[in-house]
Design a protein around this ligand. Structure first.
Ligand code: CP
Length: 308
């Protein structure tokens, strides 16, 4: 069973094959007349369940569209509308869904829900985000970096702000794709030692630097994310903003990076908080390509899961 649960749990050769296939599928769509169907329909006759226990725009739409482009069908399910939200166990839900669908994508809070779903499902399960990681996002980010600047291996990525679930998957990717990562943010929001340890165990250089301007010096890629994630208490908003304000990505900070550095943000962004509009809409920013590439990267992930 090929589940896509996390970047560090997936073979680097498979990750590379998915990124390369995503690029080929993107190009094939660009080459065909607008509105024409994909030549290949590898998901024809397949049903994919997309389960959301948290809000989503990009993940929901990009998975739904991606399945349809490949000839499959989707069923978008809200966790609260299912028996899952009313006491049925994850294991029983997984067993039942496996009798109906060919693939399950789930966005949930607790990583244990994802792992239990994968343990008991007879079909592949994809991690569409948990409180700990967001691997589909970072596959799209690696794809985006490489389509603009070539191989990401050996490059310097700087993560600014909160060492959250997206940062965690970036650290996993550092280890698997061979790039270095500097985290700059307040000590209270450092990424978990496990994530840093994985990247270091694979030979990546991981640096923690409290001074954002020093951290960004000579960066190839600067990344920001929201200061208050979906799983953070809204009551902590003001305290987090006060802690994170020195880590805002603005023009002065981007000026420390290499002249051809890219800027990424997984979105949704809070303009003038973690990043200024000047940077989001400026020449370094590739955020719209990054959002588009969720579609292409996830199509490759689904094909890998299903072996089609
Ligand atoms: N980046 C991301 O996962 O976006 P959504 O929350 O809109 O899916």
């Amino acid at each position: 069973m090929k589940h896509f649960l996390d970047i560090h749990k997936t073979d680097p050769a498979d990750l590379r094959a998915m990124i390369d296939q995503a690029g080929r599928m993107k190009q094939a769509r660009l080459d065909r007349p607008k509105g024409a169907a994909d030549d290949t329909q590898p998901l024809a006759g397949r049903m994919v369940a997309l389960i959301f226990e948290k809000p989503s725009t990009r993940t929901r739409v990009s998975f739904d569209v991606g399945v349809r482009q490949m000839g499959g069908e989707t069923m978008v399910l809200s966790g609260s509308d299912m028996q899952l939200g009313h006491g049925e166990t994850i294991a029983d839900t997984a067993r039942v869904l496996s009798r109906y669908v060919d693939l399950i994508m789930i966005r949930t809070f607790d990583e244990a829900v994802l792992t239990e779903m994968a343990e008991y499902a007879d079909v592949p399960v994809i991690n569409g985000l948990t409180d700990r990681t967001h691997p589909c996002q970072i596959m799209a980010d690696v794809m985006t970096y490489e389509e603009h600047r070539g191989p990401i291996s050996g490059k310097k990525v700087v993560w600014t702000g909160d060492g959250n679930n997206v940062c965690a998957s970036f650290l996993h990717a550092a280890g698997q794709f061979g790039f270095d990562l500097t985290f700059t943010g307040p000590a209270q929001l450092d990424p978990e030692a496990d994530f840093v340890g994985f990247a270091r165990s694979k030979g990546s250089s991981i640096t923690i630097e409290r001074d954002a301007h020093k951290a960004v010096r000579d960066a190839d890629l600067v990344v920001a994310d929201t200061w208050v994630s979906m799983h953070d208490a809204q009551s902590a908003r003001e305290r987090r903003h006060n802690m994170l304000r020195p880590y805002q990505v603005n023009a002065a900070l981007m000026a420390q990076a290499k002249p051809d550095a890219l800027f990424m943000h997984c979105l949704p962004a809070h303009r003038e908080e973690e990043v200024t509009s000047q940077v989001m809409d400026g020449p370094h920013s590739v955020i719209w390509d990054e959002a588009e590439n969720r579609l292409h990267a996830q199509k490759a992930i689904m094909r890998w899961c299903l072996g089609v």
